[in-house]
Design a protein around this ligand. Sequence first.
Ligand SMILES: [Zn+2]
Length: 295
Amino acid sequence: MKNYEKFPDQFTKKSFHRKIEGSGNENIAIIGAIHGNERIGIEVIKELLQKNEFNEKSFKNLYLVGGNPRAYAENKRFIEANLNRCFGKENDKSLKHLENSYERAIAKEIQKILEKCQRVLDIHQSRSKDNFIVCKKGSLGLAKKMNAQMIIISPELGHYDDPEGISVGSTDKFVDSIGKKGIVYEFGDMHAPDQTENIKNAYQESLNFISNKSRENSGSPEIIETIFVYRTKENFILNPEIKQFSVLKQNQIIGNDGDKVIKVHPEHVGHKIYFAKSEKNIGQEAFFIGRPLSK
Ligand SMILES: [Zn+2]
């Protein structure tokens, strides 16, 4: 292991990835800072490189990937477009409007690495203190090996009325679309003043992921299937009383969009809400609703 002390500088200047060769069979990738303001993925990558504690027999190549260098340097979610909506094949029509963006160019670089990998762990953070995984149904087996308390299944394309395609272009979707396994793993609240515990969890789970270890936590994770996404029509303001992963009640007010009050749809009573935020950009995702499945 050499020159890793230069890592933070290098990372902020250009797209970053480092390949470590092992003696196993699989190619695997760990990605940090797909969203530049979710800082801990880079801390985990630095720690992996510094401590060198991973089992080199469990991979042929381990790729450590820094997602969005400019957004990371500026501590912003993204520069021009949400990078986790920019992954997709060269001819993907749903990404056409992103074609000239800074983030689509990065996604194309990172995709070349992901195409070589059998398993991908993408480290994120949310507004919730919980640790949870988002993945496609095809990667559920991989997700269940981890120690998260919750797994959210991201919807199939065309699963419901969403002309733009729901969550097109995330790493888990891209990997799934090429027949590989991938999970997006959210480690705690990105705004928490002390990130020590989140980094510790993310680092430990990364080691578990690398060695393909099975779940150690007792009990099974709760599994939630995403069934609905709300996109801002005018200017969505979230009701501050709505807590992430809370169970929706009849007639509950989720927020306001322009002068329209957005209430819980009768079909969504008893379901859970997540990734909920005020969102002023028209067409952007403001909240998701999912149905808890039996364990
Ligand atoms: Zn994120």
